[in-house]
Design a protein. Structure first.
Lengths: 340, 346
């Protein structure tokens, strides 16, 4: 049997063998709304549309024709509206965050786009590891770029996160051995290009929520009859919330957006291949075991802000048979429609 | 006339045999150009050694190659234009050498300690921009980031630089030589008294990273010794130099050195032929690579002590057919295996 390994599959197996078993051996997926995941999906749809406007042709001779200002942003907004219609978990406040962040993203990066030729958007690949005939490594590059000044090839990986992006933080240090970046270097090679590096395009979700009106019984007033400064008569409107996020992001834009270059050295690619190979062998071995152990340490991944989609099943308060909560899919690599 | 009738009367052209490249087939083992780091005190001959490497071109960050008759990259068209003033000029030079044809076979970065200072300045300037991520006060040095974060960021810059150098190696077949000054640093010895040792004059994290990236790190030194006066056992020992200069290639308590090939502990940096002894040692190292790998594999099998292992490894080694890459993979896998305990053997 050919084993297909993706970065998501590797991550799920590394997090918890039960999670991997349910998601990849049995094909279960949670169908409950999950705001953070859906916010990421929605914003990703906007990013695809934004970058798609810059895709202006194929080959090194492609003309450097830049779209009119405003076009990428308009395309992104339309895409996010469409994505929102398909999402149950995105409320007005979450959508307001996405809108503001997309406007800020456009303001931060649009002026740099003349440096790049966008070769592809959502480019799927499937490749092999030397010496492993029954193993395939597959993935999807968010974007594939050529630098106009020197012809070097780069790929883009978008990440929405709540992590600390300050200089020298551990978020950046772990990227030195991030398996996804390593695997995608091989993916770019399988597409016939020699990658120079990855532009790790990080967008931080603002950790703000709409302000609520102070409960009547808790309100305090000054002598001249005004409400205390930190108390509110009414809920914050979506417009007020949007303005507050915009003000926060404009003050420290690089706390919300970063795009460092991540590279891989030759030996790191070889080591990553060995990592993938070893994990694939473990996956194969556990497939024949009678039991996939749970790992409680993986139920609430640190810094992610969400819980595992199967937490209720493992903790005994939900059943995989509950069709209102779980579905079973035939293609466990749904994100890779073209190659798997 | 209908198109179908035209097609029926047209004689299809005779297919031509594709142009053959079979005459150009070569049988040989491909050897990737090596990455070297030579470090040592002033005047020990590091640059002289590098200048004798095949077709070198200098990135003279230190402006210290003046007495050598070597090709220098010109960063700017002005007197002193061979000395880079900014880190971005070094990146541009590497990119230039990567994408454009040229006759050079070796790139010399002289010195990486000077480049480290430029790299730090590059980070400070980048992070001092109005929109930068570091907001806590003015950045005046790499220490300004606090808690050693500046040095962590510098490692990522070194990684990016070395990735570019790797690309240069693979696209142009160039060897890379990093030259560094040495410093004497106290070593806290966990198993005995502390002692001083030589190491590249770089921050520890950068030195560790570059040593790992290079295939060969050598310490260049004068052959010095000390002896008492002849016939006078009570005299104080006096230092003297033999005049020979040596490239030390294996680790010692007194200095850092390493090689991925099976090389001797030292080679001479000969004044007449500085590169020759090292080149000969490297060539012999390649010849000895397969026996050395097989010996290391045998050692690992003994260390692991699993009785079922020797037969499996013998079969795998036979299947490798003296291919160093395949033997290296076998060795790496063995090194990952823990030693068998009596309990696990039962």
């Amino acid at each position: 049997m050919i084993e297909v390994i993706t970065k998501s599959r590797l991550a799920s197996f590394s997090t918890c063998q039960r999670l991997h078993h349910l998601a990849y051996n049995l094909g279960y997926r949670s169908i409950l709304p999950r705001e953070l995941a859906e916010w990421g999906t929605l914003f990703h749809a906007g990013l695809d549309a934004w970058w798609g406007v810059f895709k202006d042709g194929d080959g090194p001779g492609a003309a450097n024709i830049q779209p009119l200002p405003g076009l990428p942003l308009a395309a992104a907004m339309r895409a996010m509206e469409t994505a929102r219609a398909a999402s149950a978990a995105i409320d007005d406040a979450a959508f307001a965050k996405a809108e503001v962040m997309m406007i800020a993203y456009d303001a931060r990066w649009a002026s740099t786009m003349s440096e790049w030729e966008v070769i592809g958007v959502e480019v799927e690949f499937i490749t092999t590891i030397p010496g492993r005939r029954r193993l395939r490594v597959a993935g999807k590059l968010d974007k594939l770029l050529r630098k106009r000044s020197d012809g070097s090839i780069w790929f883009v990986e978008h990440k929405t996160t709540g992590a600390d992006l300050t200089a020298g933080s551990t978020y950046w240090q772990r990227l030195r051995m991030d398996p996804q970046v390593s695997i995608y270097f091989g993916g770019v090679r399988s597409l016939g290009h020699e990658p120079t590096g990855c532009l790790y395009d990080v967008i931080v979700r603002p950790n703000l929520k709409p302000l609520k009106a102070t409960p009547v019984e808790a309100r305090k007033y000054t002598k001249d009859g005004r409400l205390y400064a930190k108390q509110r008569e009414a809920d914050e409107t979506p417009e007020q919330f949007r303005a507050r996020i915009a003000e926060e992001v404009a003050e420290v834009p690089d706390s919300y957006f970063a795009r460092p270059e991540v590279v891989r050295l030759e030996r790191e690619i070889e080591e990553s291949e060995r990592d993938v190979e070893a994990t694939a062998l473990q996956i194969r071995a556990t497939a024949y075991a009678e039991h996939a152990p749970r790992n409680p340490g993986g139920c609430f991944p640190f810094g992610s802000g969400y819980q595992c989609q199967f937490f209720d099943v493992c903790s005994g308060v939900a059943s995989l048979d509950d069709e209102t909560k779980f579905e079973r899919v035939s293609n466990v690599h749904q994100e890779l429609a073209a190659v798997v | 006339m209908p198109a179908a009738a035209t097609a029926a009367t047209t004689v299809p052209p005779k297919p031509q045999a594709p142009l053959s490249r079979l005459g150009a087939v070569k049988r040989e083992r491909l050897r990737a150009p090596l990455r070297y780091m030579f470090y040592g005190a002033e005047g020990t001959g590091k640059s002289t050694l590098a200048s004798a490497a095949p077709e070198p071109i200098w990135l003279d960050a230190d402006d210290g190659s003046g007495r050598l008759n070597v090709a220098r990259y010109q960063f700017r068209d002005e007197p002193g234009g061979h000395v880079p003033q900014r880190y971005s000029e070094i990146l541009f030079a590497i990119q230039d050498l990567t994408v454009n044809p040229h006759p050079f076979k070796t790139l010399v970065l002289d010195t990486v300690d000077r480049i480290e200072a430029m790299l730090w300045q590059h980070i400070i300037e980048r992070e001092s921009e109005p929109s930068a991520r570091s907001k806590d006060g003015a950045l005046t040095s790499i220490e300004s980031f606090g808690y050693g974060k500046g040095y962590v960021m510098a490692v990522d810059e070194w990684r990016a630089l070395c990735a570019r150098l790797d690309r240069l190696r693979s696209s142009r077949g160039m060897s890379i030589i990093l030259i560094a000054h040495s410093i004497v640093k106290a070593y806290k010895n966990p198993t005995g008294p502390d002692y001083d040792r030589y190491q590249p004059a770089l921050h520890d994290k950068a030195a560790g990273f570059l040593k790992g990236w290079c295939d060969l790190t050598g310490f260049v030194r004068h052959e010095d010794d000390a002896a008492k006066e002849l016939g006078n056992k009570n005299s104080r020992p006096k230092g003297f130099s033999t005049g020979r200069r040596l490239l030390m290639l294996s680790h010692s308590a007194a200095f850092d050195a390493k090689s991925r090939l099976a090389l001797p502990e030292e080679v001479e940096v000969d004044i007449e032929n500085p590169w020759g002894p090292l080149a000969a040692a490297v060539e012999a190292g390649y010849e000895n690579e397969v026996p050395a790998l097989k010996a290391a594999i045998e050692e690992e099998v003994k260390r692991i002590g699993d009785q079922a292992l020797p037969a499996k490894v013998t079969s795998a080694v036979a299947g490798a057919k003296d291919d160093p890459a395949a033997l290296s993979r076998i060795l790496a896998k063995l090194k990952d295996r823990p030693t068998s305990t009596n309990e696990s053997r039962q």
